[in-house]
Design a binder for this molecule. Structure first.
Ligand code: NAP
Length: 304
């Protein structure tokens, strides 16, 4: 069993910032990430509301810089999935063994929600995508639909319009919830159109996606729309299954913390998109991470 001062689960903006503060406090720190270092923000191409970058910055660039800053401090980053934690013993079980800390920070983030409709699983990777940044370039001069009505849909529809010949936003209500500035850009984009008060009920095709069935929620009418791809941006759900029964969470699996990012269990802190809060942005994920690392440092110092 390897021993550390602090174990951080998740290397998105929250986890990397916690790693930055922890490294600068000279805590012996391990960061564990099951996907790509950088987290789910990498599903978006650019970020425009991270302070200090008036022209926006590519998410790869921003997260690459955060990672480099953390590695520079000697913080270890490993690629593995956390299967279980023992809150009392501060032991983390991964597929490759166990690690013990004096404190743990959970920064496990969130994963894209699925529609749960016929064809979604079958055509994932064959026209169904949750990542415009990764898959958008495959749809050059093709027709795509994008589902949802939040900021993610607005930003990704604009990104997809760089490649696709047409981008149809399908939203279940008549109003999008995306911020005003993004909605103005959508309206001005000739490649983007709107299919409102509508939901997708099925994804159809043979070898790959060829059409979606759309239901008008007011009339109940169904129709098929031909398309080459469907991008799904209907929000996120926290990556907290491994914490079930171990820590206080709300009914949606969001970890409950206080203002110091302390959870219900002593020495276990949580930050970023996996915790219950009012705003889910990179900028406050970073703020959460700094607070969590500071709280963990104080917790460890008081024990010594
Ligand atoms: P979101 O803001 O939660 O919006 C999800 C959208 O999907 C909503 O419009 C919702 O409809 C719709 N939806 C949910 N479940 C659905 C279902 N089963 N079928 C059809 N539609 C469904 O999610 P998001 O846009 O992915 O953003 C997630 C978080 O990241 C938000 O806090 C957002 O502000 C943040 N974010 C910020 C930025 C930015 O500031 N630049 C960029 C991306 C994301 P209703 O509107 O009817 O609920």
């Amino acid at each position: 069993m390897a021993k550390y001062d602090l174990i951080i689960i998740g290397a998105g903006p929250a986890g990397l910032t916690a790693g930055l503060y922890s490294g600068r406090s000279r805590l012996n720190t391990l960061l564990i990430e099951k996907m790509a270092v950088g987290g789910r923000i990498l599903l978006s191409e650019t970020i425009e509301n991270y302070p200090g970058f008036p022209e926006g910055i590519s998410t790869q660039n921003l997260m690459g810089r955060m990672e480099a800053q953390v590695r520079e401090l000697g913080v270890g980053i490993i690629s593995d999935e956390v299967l279980e934690i023992d809150c009392a013993k501060k032991v983390v079980r991964i597929s490759d063994g166990v690690h013990e800390g004096q404190a743990i920070i959970i920064a496990s983030g969130a994963r894209p929600k699925k529609l749960g409709i016929p064809g979604e699983e079958k055509y994932t990777g064959r026209g169904v995508s949750y990542c415009a940044t990764c898959d958008g370039p495959f749809f050059k001069e093709k027709k795509v639909v994008i589902v949802g009505g939040g900021n993610a849909v607005a930003e990704e529809a604009i990104y997809l319009s760089r490649f696709a010949s047409q981008v149809s936003i399908i939203h279940r209500r008549k109003d999008l919830r995306a911020s005003a500035i993004l909605q103005e850009r959508l309206q001005a984009n000739k490649k983007v159109d709107f299919i409102l008060n509508s939901i997708v009920t099925e994804i159809k095709g043979s070898q790959k996606t060829e059409a979606v069935t759309i239901k008008d929620v007011e009339s109940g009418n169904l129709r098929d729309l031909n398309c080459d791809g469907i991008f799904i941006y209907i929000g996120y759900e926290p990556e907290t299954i491994f914490l079930k029964g171990k820590i206080r969470m709300d009914e949606n699996g969001l970890v409950i913390t206080d203002d110091n990012m302390a959870t219900s269990e002593a020495g276990i802190f949580a930050c970023g998109d996996c915790r219950k809060k009012s705003l889910y942005q990179v900028v406050n994920a970073c703020g959460d991470g700094a607070v969590a690392a500071d709280s963990a440092y104080k917790y460890i110092s008081n024990k010594r």
